[in-house]
Design a protein. Sequence first.
Length: 379
Amino acid sequence: MSKVTLRKKPISKGRHSLYLEIYPPIYNPVTGIMQRKQYLKLYVYNRPRNEIEKELNKETLATAEYIRAQRQIDLQSQKYDFVSESKMKSNFLDFFEEQAAKRKNCYNWTMSVRYFKSFFGPKIAFTELNESLCEEYADYLLSGPALGRSKIRIKKNTAVAYFGRFRLTLQAAYKKRYLPNDLGSIIENITPQETHRPFLFMEELERMGNAFCPNPIVKRAGLFSAMTGFRYSDIETLVWKEIHGCEGNYYILYSQEKTENAEYYPVSDETIKLLGKRGAPDSKVFEGLKYDQTVTSLKKWLSNAGIEKHFTFHGFRHTFATLQIAAGTDIYTVSKLLGHKDIKTTQIYAKIVDSLKKEASEKIKINVFNIGESIKSIQ
């Protein structure tokens, strides 16, 4: 039950300051903290010395009581936002698992929950969450062993992914009023480690297109990813009703599995041809696509194309980004097509292209023993 009580606080010159004591505390959007007291900037005399001071006290107290009653009504009608005590005492892990369940068995979400459980245990109240504990969890991910493998640590970028899901959950908890502070935005994410991003050159991609793949669905899905930059998760869940338009003006309307952002994506006629015969609206475009089959089929497919490099399905997305930038597509356009929230992520591909250009420029070498004589002879 919400309750607002009028209180007095002694100050100088024989006066009292009036304030409201609020239970449970309300959230102050300016300071970002829970507020139990609200000072009214109203004062009364502790011992009025004359009729004027007595009348002033009477009017001031009447004003303060009116404000108190109004605040009580506001709280009961939920006009003022506040975090209930029962919500704050509930189990954060239950909320975390609910958030993970919404992501359709997404591996990174599942593992993020498992690692937090291994760090803290099966139960932790929202009231126990603070910035220090969040930082300790980040350290745990970076230094702790992989689950079930005591001698192996998880990779730094894997820790980045797991901690990122944890931060998203904190932000969701704040929006739903389980937390008084936006911890998810306050704490910093783990800095990702820049990694090598394998991709196919255009000539290699053409060889893949002409090579035999044991699983035709994997081949169509891989080439589709190279043509669009779609992630495996988005390809696996793509349904026919998300593909719109006609020849010369095809586009896809879908929600990204990773970012949950609604996307409008224009595609070429050549890309649409990869999809084959159109199916029922709610049926999957790549029906029967399984990730474990993708791994084995891709290895044989690469071999048939005469390509010897470590390459996973996600490499097709890297291929799309690298070839687009190499072809002169604006980096902001590529970033938008990839669905990146931060252009810094896309700039990694620009660095790859720049390094390739530098490497190409150094391949032409002229052995001139006396450059001065050579220039003189030309003149």
